[in-house]
Design a protein around this ligand. Structure first.
Ligand SMILES: [Zn+2]
Length: 160
């Protein structure tokens, strides 16, 4: 894996955002958009419950922000860090917007496996990898120990 020291800082922020989303009653997902110099440009977290919008995924919100705010060159040079690998909707939007590298803490396959183990229903969309949806995107993950941290965040958000 091609990770640098800032990758871990950014992934830790994504885990914190995911935890905040879960605390608010939303899905435990958080993401940030970083420019080519490593500067954080935008961040968001899942709002599917609080916004009443099942498509209120942070990765899609960052795509919208990037299209409104960045020229194509800057979008291509950016990196999106995220607590969980992009779903097919978000991976497709990321690719259509021409955004750059993705680094994710936990994979979609891991999340699907955890959810099945907890007896939760599967998602309405297949847990395809980013590269199954968007083969041209450089996607890095899962990244220990952040994947284990995300397992714990999801586990703590289970209905008691
Ligand atoms: Zn998504």
């Amino acid at each position: 894996m091609e990770l640098n020291s800032m990758d871990e800082v950014h992934l830790a922020r994504c885990v914190a955002l995911a935890r905040a989303a879960a605390d608010a009653g939303d899905g435990a997902f958080g993401s940030i958009l970083v420019d080519s110099a490593g500067q954080v440009l935008a961040e968001d977290l899942n709002r599917e419950t609080t916004a009443g919008d099942p498509t209120a995924h942070p990765e899609l919100a960052l795509v919208r922000w990037a299209i409104a705010s960045l020229e194509p060159d800057a979008r291509a040079a950016s990196t999106v860090y995220t607590s969980g690998e992009h779903c097919p909707m978000c991976a497709a939007a990321h690719a259509w917007a021409g955004l750059g590298r993705i680094v994710y803490a936990a994979s979609s396959a891991q999340l699907a496996q955890w959810r099945a183990g907890w007896g939760l229903p599967s998602a309405p969309v297949r847990p395809l990898s980013i590269n199954e949806v968007a083969p041209g995107i450089t996607a890095v993950g899962p990244v220990p120990p952040f994947d284990d941290q995300m397992r714990e965040v999801h586990a703590n958000a289970l209905p008691k």
